[in-house]
Write a protein that binds this ligand. Structure first.
Ligand code: IMP
Length: 423
């Protein structure tokens, strides 16, 4: 198989990092195309835990190339910190295996500050962002006043380019009662970061297209999930990029005609971080999973909200992404349950609804319609073959696949590399 897009089908944290890591073996290049350091991909390899925010997880493979594409927003200070951390764990990162798009936009310290200030000013309407400056960076991009990676190349003009933008944002911060950003300090920090990052900057659109023309296989590593998509998610409780399959093309400059397959990743249940509607949310599920030490965010450490599998969302996400296959993760999280629920439809104002409605008030009025499945009540985390799974676990997966409308090809029964089963 050649060029593959991996997307999350829920609200992020589906375990995409692990599936990307698994599929990297048969790829040459791993590319990120959207999002920024709001993402947190955890990969456990030989007992070592790597947490990646901006660097594609292909970096953990010595022979693979990694691309941070044009659609990503890059915090240069955060990226350098991340590179240093991964290097300290023994991973090699050089301009020969990491390529950063000259077209990507930069998250500067004022974006982080604006993110926090805007969240605070929203009061009860806060989104619950990761505080990584994502929204303000994409807002600047769309407003056509963003600073791009290519600007880091021009040492003579960099200070000037930062200064007028920072002045603009300082006006907002000051008007809202926050401290101004120290522009001189930002300039010094970014100028230093520019020196370190320059060797990695290339035209990744050309790099990727030439590689594809030469027969190389690209794996597009999606960040966040379909319901955090700026167009298709539970707006406004979303992130600021297109997290769905189309975003991989615009965010990399690779044509949809070059994509061979889309793999959707979903947990065997549902989680969400931050505010916003969550129809199948369940206190019982949250308590159980948190007591197992699971479902705490890789980026912020926040406890995730947990609930039953929502097949209405899953089916819709399979449709908008055009998933050929599903990778279902965390099936072992359901090991201890005697009864497992799946939401097959919603009831909204007395009517049965098979697609998620568009507005938050409607989503909040939806009641889940559940069907119940018998649990397998057995530890499956040590299983290495799909054939060995308890019949009740297979029945649950088979129903999930039927409701979602796509076959399950990979199954996660634990965080480690060898806990990924081929179905
Ligand atoms: P932002 O992307 O930091 O602006 O946050 C917007 C929303 O997306 C919040 O609800 C975040 O919790 C959520 N979010 C952003 N990135 C991730 C992620 O990688 N996993 C899960 N949720 C995320």
């Amino acid at each position: 198989m050649s060029n593959t897009i991996i997307v999350g089908l829920q609200w992020g944290d589906e375990g995409k990092g692990k599936i990307v890591d698994y599929l990297t073996e048969s790829s040459d290049i791993v590319a990120r195309a959207q999002g920024g350091s709001n993402a947190g991909h955890t990969v456990i390899n030989d007992g070592v835990k790597y947490v990646l925010h901006l660097v594609p997880s292909g970096i953990l493979w010595p022979t693979k190339k990694c691309v941070i594409g044009n659609g990503v927003v890059i915090d240069p200070l955060g990226l350098l910190e991340e590179i240093a951390k991964i290097r300290s764990q023994g991973v090699t990162i050089t301009p020969d295996n990491l390529f950063i798009s000259e077209h990507a936009h930069l998250t500067l310290p004022y974006h982080r500050k604006l993110d926090l200030a805007r969240e605070k000013n929203r009061g009860a309407n806060a989104i619950g962002t990761t505080g990584r400056g994502i929204g303000p960076t994409y807002a600047d991009k769309i407003e056509r006043q963003g600073l791009r990676v290519t600007d880091l190349r021009n040492a003579a003009k960099l200070a000037q380019e930062i200064e007028w933008r920072a002045a603009l944002h300082n006006m907002e911060l000051e008007a809202a009662g926050y401290d101004r950003i120290n522009v001189a300090e930002v300039v010094v920090e970014i100028e230093a970061a520019a020196v370190e990052l320059r060797p990695y900057i290339v035209n990744t659109v050309v790099y990727l297209n030439e590689a594809i023309a030469a027969g190389k296989k690209v794996l597009f590593e999606g960040a966040q999930g379909s319901y955090l998509d700026i167009d298709h998610g539970t707006y406004p409780f979303v992130t600021s990029s297109n997290t769905t399959a189309g975003g991989a093309c615009t965010g990399s400059g690779v044509s949809p005609r070059k994509i061979d397959r889309v793999v959707g990743v979903a947990k065997a249940y549902t989680t969400r971080v931050g505010a916003g509607p969550f129809i199948t949310e369940s206190e019982e599920m949250s308590d159980m999973l948190h007591n197992m030490g699971r479902e705490f965010g890789a980026t912020t450490g926040r406890a995730r909200r947990c609930g039953w599998l929502d097949a209405v969302l899953l089916h819709y996400a399979v449709m908008i992404n055009g998933c050929d296959h599903l990778a279902i993760t965390n099936l072992d999280g359901l090991d201890g349950l005697a009864t497992i629920k799946i939401c097959t439809a919603y009831r909204l104002d007395g009517k049965v609804q098979n697609h998620p409605p568009a507005t938050i008030p409607e989503l909040e009025r939806c009641e889940p319609i559940y069907e119940e499945h018998e649990g397998w009540l057995q530890d499956i985390s040590g299983m290495t073959k799909y054939a060995d799974l308890p019949p009740k676990a297979k029945a649950y997966l088979s129903r999930l696949s039927e409701l979602a409308g796509a076959p399950v090809s990979l199954l996660g029964v634990g965080p480690a590399r060898d806990q990924t089963l081929v179905v």
